[in-house]
Structures are given as structure tokens and as C-alpha cells.
Design a protein around this ligand. Structure first.
Ligand SMILES: Cc1cc2nc3c(=O)[nH]c(=O)nc-3n(C[C@H](O)[C@H](O)[C@H](O)COP(=O)(O)OP(=O)(O)OC[C@H]3O[C@@H](n4cnc5c(N)ncnc54)[C@H](O)[C@@H]3O)c2cc1C
Length: 424
């Protein structure tokens, strides 16, 4: 890899910096108005994980005001109008058609400045790329520009109460009826489901017990506003309700909203998971968390000395920095494959696993540095208004979402290293 910038990339960097200098003044004003309880480390909204509208609360489902959703939508609009959403997407579908380096320059600068990304993480990161690879021209033209503009917010309806790691255990059924499929079943852990407009959905379309299980699923683009779709929020340990249970009761999906071929959905869903894992493969975000960790170590004292002078603390932080940089280059590797027209591949599990586990270790260490202050989530003695506590709690899900660490290790063992599948 050559990381020196070409004249075009240098020009992009300058243009981006100038735009951010000008536009973040209003952003900071609006962000401050959200109040400390809504903010995470570095002042980012605490639930921007996937950037979905509707992350706020059950109230969203009833169309109640949600200041954080409005803030995120407003910021998305600014980014989109300036051409900074879908930087690496083809121009014909509303993207910028830029290089991998331009995407990386953007990602790094947003993180360095601790700026939020906008709505539609799932749409831009997973649904859109899957539609680019597997959709027909009509589907691409219909959905891709609206994903980039933030008009349509997407969620992923794959997991079920009895099918998470073992996704092939999905029981949701889609039965042909005229020009539609009629879908019945239940999904769970649907991130952003309460406010989403569309879902990528995996459902069974072959019910013959003799058919190999991986050939029994189809992949649908489902309108979340269809009659029969109900999403109930699930409240997390953080106090936020970022995901929900999705009930599908005789939902009619027109046949032209099937992605790819009937009973070919399993392989498409594996591509979606690769995109999802490649998005989480880059640890650029942790470079700014490590900066916050350095500030924390300078602030906290033990035996009259700041912890930043403690040799063990310094070694640990330096090690995190090294690992975050390794994760950064793994993320660039995955992005390079995508820009060459390839899917991220099973290797995306390597970067994702490294990054997700690193994030948890950083959060654990930050709690240790705070000693007994780590128990305070608010009040005048709480460190950073409880932002470390909120991010520590939400980090627990990182080694479960996008596939658990055990499943990613299985993928690496079988699909990257060619080791045999484990059998008793
Ligand atoms: C924050 C968050 C957001 C999420 N968002 C979404 C979403 O938007 N859409 C969606 O569809 N899903 C989503 N999920 C669900 C997620 O994909 C599942 O939770 C995950 O795949 C694990 O499935 P499970 O919860 O059923 O656990 P299980 O599959 O029941 O696993 C339980 C335990 O058994 C282990 N295990 C299972 N099988 C194996 C095996 N073969 N080898 C070794 N160990 C094994 C697992 O590692 C785990 O420790 C989200 C989850 C989280 C935490």
C-alpha cells in the first residue's frame, strides 16, 4: 500500500478541511444544546452507533419529538449536500466516485475532530453495498440515491429469537401469493428498527425438508411501513433503546423487491455480513478514544502523581495505540477490496474481531483508571459526565453484534485458513 497523497487527494483534503472548519461551528452549537446526558466521549451523541433515526426511544415509534434524531438528520443533510456521504460509491447512484484514500481521509478527519457521521450507517454501510452487488438496475436506481440522501433509513432484520449465530435456523416464512410474498415471523435485535423506513430481510421460501438448508432462503427489501410490521423497543443496559423486536404478521412484499434469485438469499446475506464486519474492521475511531484515555490518565492521580506518569499505565496505552493502528490498516485493506469491485471477503472478520475486542479492552482499562469514580454515572464528581460509563456499558455488545467473537474465529479458521469444520 502506498499512503502518500496524490495531487487529487491532497486537493480533496484541503477542500474537506475548509468545509469542516466552516460548518462545524453550527454543529457544535446544536450539539451543546442536546445537553451532557445525550453525549458520549468527546461530545458525540451517545447512541450514534449506527446513526439510525429512532434510536432515542419508544416515543419515536409514536412520532414524538426526538432532539438527537433531528440533530443527526440535520448533520447528515449538511454532509450529503456537500458530497461527503458515499464518497466511494459510483457516481451514477449518487456517490462521489472517489478513491479509497479519499474515504480514509474523510473517516480519519471526522474521527480526529470527533464529529458524528449522520443517519443511515446500516443503509450506507450494508444495505447499499449489498444492493450495488446483487440488485437489478431498477432496484439500484430506486434505493441507492435515497440511502445516500438519508431520505430512507434502513435496518437489518436477520436475527430471530432462535437464530443468531446459527442464522440458518431462521423460521420466518415468505409464501408466494399472486404478485407478492406474504411474510410471517419474528425478528429480534433489529438495530434502529423503530424508526427505519426499509429493512433487509432474510426469510424462508423453500419448505421442502429435503432441500439443503442454505438453499431455502430468499433476501427481501421490506418496507417497514407496510401493514403487519410492528417493532417493539428493547431497552439496553445503557438506558437507551437502540434496537427492537420486529413482528411480521401477513406482511405483503411485492415480488420485485426480492434481491437476487429465489432461494439464493443465504449467499447474499453472507455478503451483507462481510460488509458489516468490514465497516467495523477499522479502529480509526479508537485513535480518538485513546486520546481521551491519555487525558484521563493525566487527570486521575494515584499516590500524589498523575497516572500518566505510571509506567504500567503508559505501557498499556502505548499498546492500545499500536493495536488501533493495526486495525486501521486492516480496515483500509477491506475498503481497498471493495473499491476493486470485490466483496470484503471472510478476512473482514479478522479486522472486525481485532477492533471489537480492542474497543472493549480500552473501555475496561478506562474504568480501572477511574478507580471508585468509575461507579459514578452523573453528579458533580462523575468523570466526563459519565461518558466513559455509557461507552463502557455499550461496548459489551461489540463482541456480539456483527457476529460473536467465537463465530468470527470460526469464519477465520474455516474460510480463511481452510481448517475443517469442528465436529464432536
Ligand atoms: C448491539 C447489537 C446490535 C445488533 N443488531 C442487529 C441487527 O441490526 N440486526 C440483526 O439481525 N441482528 C442484530 N444483532 C444480533 C446479533 O447478530 C446476534 O446477537 C448474534 O449473531 C448472536 O446471536 P444470539 O444473540 O442468538 O446468540 P447465540 O447464537 O445464541 O450465541 C450464544 C453464545 O454461544 C456461542 N456460540 C454459538 N454458536 C457457536 C459456535 N458454532 N461455535 C462457538 N460458539 C458458538 C456464541 O458465541 C455466544 O457466546 C445485534 C446484536 C447486538 C448485541
Amino acid at each position: 500500500m502506498d499512503f502518500s497523497l496524490s495531487p487529487q487527494e491532497e486537493a480533496f483534503r484541503k477542500e474537506l478541511f475548509a468545509w469542516l472548519d466552516k460548518n462545524t461551528v453550527e454543529l457544535r452549537k446544536r450539539r451543546a444544546a442536546l445537553g451532557p446526558g445525550m453525549l458520549g466521549l468527546g461530545g458525540l451523541p451517545a447512541t450514534t452507533k449506527m446513526g439510525h433515526r429512532g434510536e432515542g426511544d419508544a416515543g419515536d415509534a409514536q412520532g414524538e419529538a426526538d432532539p438527537m434524531r433531528d440533530f443527526t438528520r440535520w448533520w447528515h443533510q449538511q454532509l450529503h449536500d456537500a458530497g461527503y456521504v458515499g464518497i466511494a460509491w459510483p457516481r451514477e447512484y449518487g456517490g462521489r466516485g472517489a478513491t479509497v484514500m479519499e474515504q480514509v481521509i474523510f473517516n480519519e478527519e471526522m474521527t480526529k475532530r470527533r464529529l458524528p457521521t449522520g443517519v443511515g450507517g446500516l443503509g450506507v454501510g450494508c444495505a447499499g453495498p449489498t444492493i450495488i452487488v446483487h440488485g437489478n438496475e431498477e432496484q439500484k436506481k430506486r434505493f441507492l440515491p435515497r440511502i445516500l440522501s438519508g431520505e430512507d433509513v434502513w435496518c437489518q432484520a436477520f436475527s430471530e429469537p432462535g437464530a443468531g449465530s446459527d442464522l440458518a435456523g431462521c423460521q420466518t416464512r415468505a409464501v408466494e401469493d399472486g404478485d407478492c410474498y406474504v411474510v410471517n415471523g419474528q425478528k429480534v435485535w433489529t438495530t434502529g428498527g423503530m424508526g427505519a423506513d426499509w429493512a433487509i430481510l432474510l426469510a424462508k421460501t423453500d419448505f421442502d425438508p429435503k432441500t439443503p438448508v442454505h438453499r431455502t432462503f430468499s433476501y427481501f427489501l421490506m418496507d417497514m411501513h407496510s401493514p403487519g410490521v410492528t417493532v417493539r423497543p428493547l431497552r439496553e443496559i445503557t438506558g437507551f433503546a437502540a434496537f427492537g423486536e420486529t413482528f411480521l404478521d401477513n406482511v405483503r412484499i411485492p415480488k420485485d423487491l426480492m434481491l437476487g434469485k429465489k432461494n439464493g438469499g443465504w449467499y447474499i446475506s453472507m455478503n451483507t455480513l462481510e460488509f458489516e464486519r468490514s465497516n467495523s474492521a477499522s479502529s480509526i475511531q479508537y485513535l480518538s478514544t485513546i486520546e481521551s484515555l491519555v487525558e484521563l490518565a493525566q487527570k486521575m492521580r494515584r499516590n500524589g502523581q498523575p497516572l500518566s506518569k505510571d509506567p504500567v499505565t503508559r505501557q498499556r496505552i502505548a499498546q492500545f495505540y499500536i493495536e488501533a493502528n493495526v486495525g486501521k490498516y486492516m480496515g483500509m485493506h477491506a475498503l481497498t477490496r471493495q473499491l476493486r469491485g470485490q466483496t470484503p471477503g471472510p478476512e473482514s472478520s479478522v479486522g472486525s474481531l481485532l477492533t471489537m475486542e480492542l474497543g472493549q479492552r480500552i473501555e475496561d482499562f478506562a474504568m480501572n483508571l477511574q478507580g471508585s469514580y468509575s461507579q459514578l454515572t452523573g453528579g458533580k464528581y462523575a468523570i466526563s459526565n459519565g461518558a466513559w460509563q455509557r461507552s463502557f456499558l455499550s461496548s459489551r455488545g461489540r463482541t456480539i453484534m456483527t457476529g460473536t467473537s467465537e463465530i468470527k474465529r470460526n469464519v477465520i479458521a474455516q474460510r480463511t485458513l481452510g481448517l475443517p469444520r469442528y465436529t464432536e
